[in-house]
Design a protein around this ligand. Structure first.
Ligand code: KDG
Ligand code: MG
Length: 402
């Protein structure tokens, strides 16, 4: 089965997505997501200039060999652009293989380990009362797990706080929006928020929170400790993880479960975190880390150390990544949870898919492949719109982590 063509489709049905479509001489095609939020065009160029020319004529069934060719053959290993381009090819090839065999993708990975995939939704509010209400709406909508983000008293534009109830789109402007941050205000406020959430909603619902890289390791340890009475499912990205050793300090001081990894690209970003059992959940997902071929290696390695998966699933991961991730989640033995930040109706229309939400779970269908397609005619009606992620500064103007 030869690859006869490959194309990059850029579309913006409410937000930007980069999709790779690979065609074969047997009429079977596959699609993969290559979206890198706020830096979309860099992956388009990488695919068009450096990847597509070497794909043409290759045997589409040789997924592993093509993965190794693109990874080792680049010489310049890793990084978000390279690994997203590899992920797009990898997912499109798994899609092709599964379609050619007439099987849903999870069957090729080893079959179902579970009926449905536990997901968490994103509740957010401008203040404490708003956030408590927003979490209630998610519980009423059937969610068993909810991430709670809130405006912080004294700070404008906190991370994760959207303008509507269901949608939060951080890449909101053509030039980065500047936000202001103060960790002490946040550390004082957050335990009061979770105390109120548990008081109002009880302890059955799983509650999660994303620190979005804002704390130092010591501050993260303090937060983890102060949140222990509220039994979080996880505290995510409490501190940046370029220095994996930083998590030792956090771990020594708190039993709050820790999650990290949405910005990781390979197993090397997580190796020490996993084998020293410094985290509980690895957040890396399909598009961020070289596709299914690499993500399942990370998951297998993590399983040795009782670390479970918690795939990133913000709206900048297209329905193609969501579909592929759900097949992965349906199979992976050490599954933890899947993030589910719902796409808009406009996005869903461009990417018809067979996964569905029911009572806090997502279910994949039995369509051969990963079950997600692209309506190219509709996609063409939504041209690319440049957008960038915000940045954060401390109150004295010093640049900080957004
Ligand atoms: O593009 C950036 C988003 O994917 C990120 O800010 C979302 O942190 C995020 C999350 O946990 O979904
Ligand atoms: Mg996050």
């Amino acid at each position: 089965m030869r690859i006869t063509g490959a194309r990059v489709i850029v579309t913006s049905p409410g937000r930007n997505f980069v999709t790779l479509k690979i065609e074969t001489d047997q009429g079977v095609y596959g699609i993969g997501d290559a979206t890198l939020n706020g830096r979309e065009k860099s992956v388009v160029a990488y695919l068009e200039d450096h990847v597509i020319p070497v794909l043409i004529g290759r045997d589409a069934r040789r997924i592993e060999d093509i993965w190794q060719f693109l990874y080792r053959g680049a010489y310049w290993r890793r990084g978000p652009v390279t690994m997203r381009a590899i992920a797009a090819v990898d997912v499109a090839l798994w899609d092709i293989k599964a379609k050619a065999l007439g099987a849903p993708l999870y069957d090729l990975l080893g079959g179902r380990s579970r009926d449905g995939v536990l997901v968490y939704g994103h509740a957010n509010g401008s203040d404490l009362e708003d956030t408590v209400e927003a979490v209630g709406r998610y519980i009423d909508a059937g969610y068993k797990a909810v991430r709670a983000q809130s405006g912080v008293p004294g700070l404008d534009l906190a991370y994760g706080v959207g303008r509507g109830d269901m949608y939060y789109e951080p890449a909101d402007a053509t030039l980065p929006t500047e936000t202001t941050w103060d960790t002490r205000k946040y550390l004082r406020y957050l335990p009061t928020l979770f105390e109120a959430l548990r008081k109002e909603h009880g302890f059955d619902v799983a509650l999660l929170h994303d620190g979005h890289h804002r704390m130092t390791p010591r501050e993260a340890a303090q937060l983890g400790k102060s949140l222990e009475p509220y039994d979080l499912f996880w505290l995510e990205d409490s501190t940046p993880a370029e220095n994996q050793e930083a998590f030792r300090l956090i771990r020594q001081h708190t039993t709050t479960p820790l999650a990290v990894g949405e910005v990781f690209n390979t197993i090397w970003d997580a190796k020490d975190l996993i084998q020293e059992q410094l985290i509980d959940y690895i957040r890396t997902t399909i598009v961020g880390a070289g596709g299914l071929t690499h993500l399942r290696r990370i998951a297998d390695f993590a399983s040795l150390w009782s670390v479970r998966t918690g795939c990133h699933g913000a709206t900048d991961l297209s329905p193609v990544t969501m579909g592929a991730a759900l097949h992965f989640d349906t199979w992976v033995p050490n599954f933890g949870i899947q993030e589910y930040m719902r796409h808009s109706e406009e996005t869903d229309a461009v990417f018809p898919h067979d996964y569905r939400f029911d009572k806090g779970m997502l279910y994949v269908g039995d369509t051969p492949g990963h079950g997600v397609d692209i309506d190219e005619a509709l996609a063409a009606k939504h041209p690319y719109e440049p957008r960038q992620l915000p940045v954060a500064r401390l109150e004295d103007g010093t640049m900080w982590n957004w």
